[in-house]
Design a protein. Structure first.
Length: 198
């Protein structure tokens, strides 16, 4: 997970797409119709916030969005979303890839009107209202003490796979059943949500 250049470039590309008016992703409280089982894939997560502060040991996102966006690497090229509160709860279960092997993330922000990119390692998320705090370790670049229009690009989680989880419409009984559901968008792309993201 040490792909600094790739992660920073990806963060820049996604930020540019948003700035150019990329279509908005559906709200996290609008569950998609589970038309297809959610396939396992490598997923990148994106969290956006109005601003952030950092003391070098922690990163605090202020006004963080209630949904965390996600999209997959090639060849699947899927999009998705999870509730930010569920993202934090899943992380803290202690059995996740993130808990076992803390992910890297690129912090993309604006400082004095200029873009800034820094790569950090994330640990121990804590969500209080719309304020999300991580413990961090700087890996590449120097994180500013504060910034506006913050975006956090969190690198790969592989999932969701199949298991005993159950949701209406995904089959009765203990399973095995898919670990999430996907709907087909108007242009044929899949938009997904893992079971733990509801």
């Amino acid at each position: 997970m040490k792909h600094f250049t790739r992660l920073s470039a990806l963060a820049s590309a996604v930020a540019l797409a948003v700035a150019l008016g990329a279509p908005a992703v559906r709200a996290a409280d609008e569950p998609p119709a589970a038309e297809h089982p959610m396939p396992s894939a490598n997923w990148l997560f994106v969290q956006v916030a109005d601003s952030f502060t950092s003391d070098g040991k922690t990163l605090t996102l202020k006004g963080v969005a209630p949904q965390t966006l996600m999209f997959s690497d090639r060849p699947q090229r899927m999009t998705g979303d999870v509730k930010t509160a569920k993202f934090v709860a899943y992380w803290l279960e202690g059995k996740t890839d993130f808990e076992k092997d803390p992910p890297n993330a690129t912090v993309s922000t604006v400082v004095d009107g200029k873009p800034s990119l820094t790569v950090v390692e994330l640990k121990s998320p804590k969500l209080e209202g719309d304020t999300l705090t991580y413990e961090i370790k700087a890996l590449d670049g120097e994180l500013p003490a504060a910034g506006q229009e913050a975006s956090l690009f969190i690198d790969w989680w592989y999932g969701p796979g199949w298991g005993p989880r159950w949701r209406p419409g995904w089959g009765p009984g203990p399973g095995p059943w898919p670990g999430g559901g996907c709907r087909v968008g108007p242009w044929g792309g899949w938009h997904c949500r893992p079971y733990w993201g509801w």
